[in-house]
Design a protein around this ligand. Structure first.
Ligand SMILES: Nc1nc2c(ncn2[C@@H]2O[C@H](COP(=O)(O)OP(=O)(O)OP(=O)(O)O)[C@@H](O)[C@H]2O)c(=O)[nH]1
Ligand SMILES: [Mg+2]
Length: 244
């Protein structure tokens, strides 16, 4: 039995597949309690769309007031009340989110492969935690909805996957930083980096975090979800994500 959610475009608000009636009720209650805030969010999202702004980073650059309004609304948004530990996996298409979820659960539940594979948020239950597989395109302004912000805020951990550079996800990091949410970074496919280049590569990623001035980085792990045992960070990561 899975719950929540998806969201995305505010018009579509809850896209299909809330199969769990309790989760459905939770989301409906949430919407009823937040009618005004939802309207403000919708108006802002519409403005942003009209200006053809595609990310929070662009919003900060071209519409300072809009960015401030978004941060204010996001701050006022109450986190979605979810039971237990809830971990969301973000990252561009093909960074290995679904592969990682399968390995964490030790079951082939999520579809993997080249190109855009996962097309909607999909929850998978583990022992004492729930993992959310999130489609690759998650930096888009279409996600500037209140429900999505509430979801981000309700998660126990936000894990952001990358494969080559922090720059893949700066748009997401800017928004998370602006609304004071912490995140963990997984540099996946570390096996593809040549052995004698790995230390330099690690240093490059750490340098980028400093250069970008990111505030919310909790942890950085270098792993291979295809072959978890290859790098010790995997176990550190699993302990961190599944404990407490
Ligand atoms: N070499 C290597 N390949 C990997 C690793 N992790 C995943 N892959 C491969 O990368 C491809 C994409 O993996 P997925 O898990 O489907 O990626 P995703 O992030 O879920 O992609 P979307 O669902 O499209 O957002 C697959 O062919 C995986 O086998 C890894 O650590 N090393
Ligand atoms: Mg996927």
């Amino acid at each position: 039995m899975h719950g929540l959610l998806l969201l995305g475009h505010s018009h579509e608000v809850i896209r299909e597949y809330v199969q769990d009636p309790a989760a459905m009720k939770l989301l409906q209650e949430f919407q009823l309690q937040n009618v005004h805030l939802l309207q403000e969010f919708e108006k802002l999202r519409q403005d942003i769309e009209d200006q053809k702004i595609e990310s929070f980073e662009d919003l900060q650059q071209y519409d300072q007031k809009g960015a401030e309004a978004l941060v204010k609304l996001a701050t006022q948004t109450t986190p979605l009340q979810m039971q237990g530990r809830n971990i969301g996996f973000f990252g561009l298409t093909s960074t290995g989110k679904s592969t990682m979820i399968n390995k964490l659960l030790d079951r082939e539940v999520a579809k993997t492969g080249a190109g855009e594979t996962t097309t909607k948020i999909e929850p998978y239950d583990g022992k004492g935690y729930r993992l959310y597989d999130i489609p690759g395109r998650n930096d888009d302004t279409t996600y500037f909805s209140m429900e999505y912000v509430a979801f981000w805020k309700g998660l126990t951990a936000r894990v952001v996957l990358l494969s080559t550079s922090m720059k893949e996800m700066t748009k997401v990091f800017r928004l998370l930083d602006a609304i004071n949410l912490k995140y963990d970074i997984v540099v996946n496919k570390f096996d593809l980096i040549k052995q004698d280049e790995r230390e330099n590569f690690k240093a490059q990623i750490k340098q980028e975090i400093i250069q970008c001035g990111l505030k919310g980085v909790n942890n950085v792990w270098f792993v291979s979800s295809q072959n978890p045992r290859q790098f010790p960070d995997w176990m550190t990561m699993v302990d961190y994500l599944t404990s407490q």
